[in-house]
Design a protein around this ligand. Structure first.
Ligand SMILES: C[S@@+](CC[C@H](N)C(=O)[O-])C[C@H]1O[C@@H](n2cnc3c(N)ncnc32)[C@H](O)[C@@H]1O
Length: 347
């Protein structure tokens, strides 16, 4: 007799079917972002006919895409054929802090699509090597060096994803008894600026590679925090600014192999003031993961780009820290998927 799946099986089948379709949902969302529909809703709700004229597409097609977005709280259909922003869709506008437009455009860019084909995935999963280099013939950094548009989009994406977490991490990162912060590989410098604003009696030093320092110099907070904020161009594999009592490694160790991590950690230990502390802030891998987090897919993206990338578990990070002469004193989760491991020099 023909065996039919029961109700429970149908639920599972449809759940997995939905996951297989996630790629098309994402592509639809990317197209809506690319058309700048969100910008046309910034002044208030709008009918799909007017929106379609503004962005130069067919109204019935746009309505199909918009309703699919609404099912995940991206835009809301307030009456039939009239759409408005939700808290989520606001971040799809172009000129707002933490806009997701660069992130969407990065995913949609030719170079990224080239490394997310079945052939590219088959290559990386079989060889463990960078599909980016295999397909585009050069590594990501040299590619970005000769493609300024891609570089601007990639920088915008990094800044959004990093800045959006500054406040939530600063909320749980307790630096009350610290006076001098060093942000090692501090990116655009905004995290350090957030911490200096939260702790007015402190000073901070940022270490970055020379091109990033040029970006940091241009930031508004540099003049606002004059006298308290210094920036240093250098290489954390060689050394880090001395004398701080709080060394921050935010989204750093995850990109380096154990040998390089030990160099960075040892440099921090040697440079820090007596009773200094080290704060490792990044996604900490759970095996198996308790829930889905975008960081899991970010890990896959990094392995399409690079031969190496390391999301580590608490015991793995703990071992590295111990090898570099530290002991972990606390593990603090944040309201995002990042955690903070606090360490001090082992007595
Ligand atoms: C993933 S980003 C993290 C940036 C920042 N900590 C954040 O959380 O937004 C890694 C940073 O390390 C910097 N970096 C890479 N190699 C470096 C090196 N050898 N010395 C100093 N900084 C470096 C990069 O320029 C980049 O800004």
């Amino acid at each position: 007799m023909l065996q039919q799946p029961d109700r429970g099986a149908a639920d599972h089948i449809f759940a997995v079917y939905g996951m297989l379709l996630d790629m098309y949902f994402s592509m639809s969302l990317q197209e809506i972002v690319h058309l700048k529909v969100a910008d046309h809703l910034s002044e208030g709700p709008q009918s799909v006919e007017v929106l379609a004229k503004q962005v130069g597409v067919q109204a019935d097609m746009l309505a199909l895409h918009m309703r699919t977005m609404c099912s995940k709280d991206i835009f809301v259909e307030i009456e039939e054929g009239v759409f408005a922003h939700t808290e989520r869709s606001r971040y799809l506008q172009t000129d707002i802090p933490c806009s997701l437009v660069s992130v969407s455009e990065l995913i949609r860019s030719d170079s990224q699509r080239a490394v997310w084909t079945p052939e590219a995935l088959a290559y990386s999963i079989r060889t463990g090597k960078s599909a980016f280099e295999h397909i585009l013939g050069e590594n990501l950094w040299s590619f970005l060096g000769t493609h300024p548009e891609d570089l601007a989009i990639a920088n915008g994406a990094v800044v959004t994803l990093s800045d959006s977490l500054n406040e939530v991490i600063a909320e749980v990162l307790d630096l009350t008894d610290r006076r001098s912060f060093v942000d090692v590989g501090g990116g655009d410098g905004s995290f350090l600026a957030t911490l200096l604003s939260k702790y007015p009696e402190t000073t901070g030093a940022l270490l970055e590679v020379p091109p990033m320092i040029e970006n940091v110099k241009a930031q508004e907070f540099i003049s606002e925090l004059a006298g308290r904020y210094t920036y240093h161009s250098g290489d954390f594999l060689e050394g880090v600014p001395e004398g701080g009592d709080a060394y921050l490694l935010k989204e750093i160790l995850t990109h380096w192999n154990d040998e390089a991590c030990l160099k960075i950690l040892n440099n921090c230990r040697k440079a820090m003031a007596p009773a200094g502390r080290l704060y490792v802030i990044e996604y900490i891998l759970q095996t198996p993961p308790a829930k889905f987090t975008p960081y899991l897919v970010t890990g896959l993206i990094h392995r399409q780009w690079f031969d190496e990338d390391y999301q580590r578990t608490v015991p793995q990070l703990q071992r590295l820290l111990e090898q570099a002469g530290f002991e972990v004193v606390s593990h603090t989760p944040t309201s995002t998927d990042d955690s903070i491991l606090t360490a001090q020099v082992r007595a």
